[in-house]
Write a protein that binds this ligand. Sequence first.
Ligand code: UT7
Length: 328
Amino acid sequence: MASVIIAGVGSYAPERILTNEELAKTVDTSDEWIRTRSGIGERRIAGENEACSDMAVHAARAALADAKMSASDIDLLIVATCTPDRPLPSTACIVQHKLGVPAHTTCFDISAACSGFLYAMEIAYGMLITNRYKRALIIGAEKLSTIVDWSDRTTCVLFGDAAGAAVLTKVAQPGIGIIGSDLGADGEFADKLMIHAGGSSCPASAQSVEARQHFIRMNGKEVFKSAVRVMETVCREMMEQHQLTPDQISLVIPHQANIRIIEALAGNLKLPMDKFFVNLDRYGNTSSATIPLALDEARRSGRVKPGDLTLLVAFGAGLTYGAALVRW
Ligand code: UT7
């Protein structure tokens, strides 16, 4: 049985850093509150003329260079995002054009919020394993600064902008690369983290803009509890399926939403925190970009070595969730 491997990873974060201290000048918050309740110290904010697709292209170029491939090698392009450049067309098509990915490439976006990168990975895996595609470029890219209500202190302190990408390809060697994946969703919690207006159920109108209904609204406490529960379940299932004990996992790369969520997950799984890669102190929650951004940093800092088993795990609006097991 052939394998699908991650042949290259890349990421991009905009230059502009927005610190907690700066935020505290515009909303009633403090560096102390944000750090102790979330672990976030600063986040990146994209330029006014920098779209989601621009960040995606930067990350994609880095991933292609890491894989020693060029845009012309790609025949499948998936962008996971909840902040597409526009409702139509897909950001994947815009990225295809900007990056110079050949015509006739299959390009589409997927909507799975913060679990989007893991959803994209599973879709690409399935499409590559059929032999109909050879090399996939999957991207998680978000300009969350455009959907955050900067007057709402309960959400605006949490999010940031970034992009991450990976190149996937099939190899003949069995048992390496993406060796497991488990995705899920629980629509019962759909209203716990949502944007009310701008879709077909509540189209944009002067009233919806006036009521600030185009911004993220979240029940933080409910999302927190669900996040710990679903991530623990999916991690346990992944380890059981592959008959692994927690100590066989070299590194966990969790979605970066709140350090307390990661600590609770580590405690429940009885894994030490030093097995969890954390960079949310510098970027905040960048939704679908968190996992590839963290994976890129983890690899560059030498925390992923050949033969290692890495567990990727995420949750997001929907409530979506997923885990993937990668052997390098
Ligand atoms: O990708 C998925 C995205 N979402 C998440 O993962 C979010 C999951 N939830 C969380 O991370 C946490 O629930 C939050 C960080 C959002 C909030 O932390 P919390 O410990 O659950 O705080 P809380 O909502 O219970 O609020 C405690 C207090 C409240 O004041 P009162 O009612 O006790 O007087 C809030 O109004 O903190 C207040 N508060 C703030 N104070 C200063 C809420 N936001 C802020 C703020 N600065 N930014």
